[in-house]
Design a protein around this ligand. Structure first.
Ligand code: AKB
Length: 315
């Protein structure tokens, strides 16, 4: 059984990753940690430690105390927050990565998952079916941290033998924990507002097409990659990952098939420029070839599931 530490476990992905990994490996083999205890359900569902991922000694001591072999580093400041707090984003996103890379280099831990993002791409990247290997000139602080992080992951693998694995996540849509500080967050907020008020004020314009993925698929991709045979992996920077691409208008229309009275208005803010710098669709054929990746959820299936789950929550 692997012994796993999740840093940033109370966030949008960490919450569901922790639950899934505990169901696979047993709750006592999956240590959840975050900077605070904001998700009480998670805190009480198995071992939990308060850890600031920027604090090397705290991360190292936890790895030693629990004899951790695998770390999922999910703590990060995302694109919109990164523009407001550039130095904080650099500090958290880079130093937490160096801490776990160095723990693997020293042999304290054996395997790392680190999320990258479609934010590594920029306005000079081909926008449609963005290839695995292409121009990456990100224009956001978050994108810069992810691009630099990818280079360091590949360096630590090639030069120092570190088993680090990574995915370039698209926007992730889920109904459990809310995302925070991202540009793709509109695609989660819209479902909550559709159920709560029947109206959404969208911060992106109606034709802004972005790559997205439903949480179930994102978790499956993460676990499949971590379970893949190391010899099959040709990418040690970060794999392109694709599922569905849609615009706010497409999403509103899919909600209207269930809630015909739903209305939407568009008032783009500073996040529009971030979205405009990102691809509209991603080519993930290398992930398909190396570790058999394929997504399950369509926009229609995701909308049906999101609305059903949120109706139960808000009823
Ligand atoms: C964001 O919008 O910042 C994130 C991402 C695409 O990495 N969801």
């Amino acid at each position: 059984m692997p012994k796993i530490l999740i840093l940033g476990a109370c966030g949008q992905i960490g919450t569901e990753l922790t639950t899934k990994l505990r169901s696979i490996h047993g709750k006592n083999n999956v240590i959840a940690s975050d900077i605070n205890t904001r998700n009480l359900e998670l805190v009480h569902s198995g071992p939990f430690e308060i850890i600031d991922a920027k604090n090397f000694n705290a991360v190292r001591d936890c790895c030693i105390d629990y004899k951790i072999d695998t770390v999922y580093l999910m703590a990060a400041l995302l694109s919109a927050t990164g523009e407001k707090y550039p130095m904080e984003a650099w500090d958290l996103n880079m130093n937490s990565l160096f801490h776990v890379l160095n723990l693997a280099k020293d042999g304290t831990i054996k395997r790392i998952f680190w999320p990258s993002s479609i934010a590594v791409f920029g306005p000079t990247t081909p926008k449609v079916n963005t290839p695995q290997h292409t121009i990456c000139e990100p224009t956001t602080v978050y994108g810069i941290t992810k691009q630099v992080g990818e280079r360091w992951c590949e360096y630590y693998h090639n030069k120092l033998g570190v088993d680090v694995r990574s995915l370039r996540y698209p926007g992730i849509i889920s109904h459990k924990a809310m995302p925070g500080g991202g540009t793709t967050d509109y695609a989660v907020e819209i479902y909550h507002e559709a159920i709560k008020t029947g109206h959404y004020n969208c911060f992106l314009s109606e034709h802004t097409e972005l790559p997205m993925i439903f949480m179930e698929d994102a978790i499956k991709a993460t676990i499949d990659l971590m379970e893949a045979d190391a010899k099959a992996l040709s990418i040690r920077s970060s794999y392109n990952l694709a599922s569905i691409s849609f615009t706010p208008e497409d999403l509103a229309n899919s909600i209207k098939t269930h809630l015909p009275d739903f209305t939407i208005e568009y008032n783009p803010d500073f996040r529009q420029a971030i979205a405009d710098s990102w691809p509209s669709s991603i080519d993930d054929s290398v992930a398909q070839e190396d570790w058999n990746w394929s997504a399950q959820y369509s926009l229609e299936a995701m909308t049906a599931e999101m609305l059903q789950q949120l109706k139960l929550r808000y009823k």
